[in-house]
Write a protein that binds this ligand. Structure first.
Ligand SMILES: [Zn+2]
Length: 115
């Protein structure tokens, strides 16, 4: 099996392999980047609740949607059909963000994007 599309939270590299499970059943990963200080990590929500299983394109769309990006612009930048991007945006709009969770992240991302 090929390495999954899991990114190290420290170096954001994809040089990551599964590394057993925690006693609570969570998947553990090992970063194999020699320059990375973290090495072993566990994916945190929302990544381990479905994001990790999505194709990279969809994850990029979701990340942009959460960051408040525009549909047409996102479609252009990711070279995806506008309808596809719009579907994901609309799907996300139906979810109620958990208190202090996604909404706080969204504000942070917006502020960062604004400069
Ligand atoms: Zn790493």
């Amino acid at each position: 099996m090929a390495v999954m599309d899991v990114r190290c939270p420290d170096c954001h590299g994809l040089n990551v392999v599964k590394y057993g499970v925690q006693p609570n059943g969570k998947q553990r990963y090992l970063c194999q980047d020699p320059n990375c200080a973290r090495r072993i990590f566990i994916l945190r929500p929302p990544t381990d609740t479905g994001m990790a299983r999505l194709p990279t394109d969809m994850r990029r769309v979701i990340e942009r949607a959460l960051a408040g990006a525009e549909i047409s612009r996102t479609a252009q930048e990711l070279h995806l059909p506008t309808e596809t991007v719009a579907e994901v945006f609309q799907l996300l709009a139906r979810f109620t963000p958990p208190p202090g969770g996604v909404s706080r992240q969204r504000r942070t991302l917006r502020r960062r994007a604004a400069g």
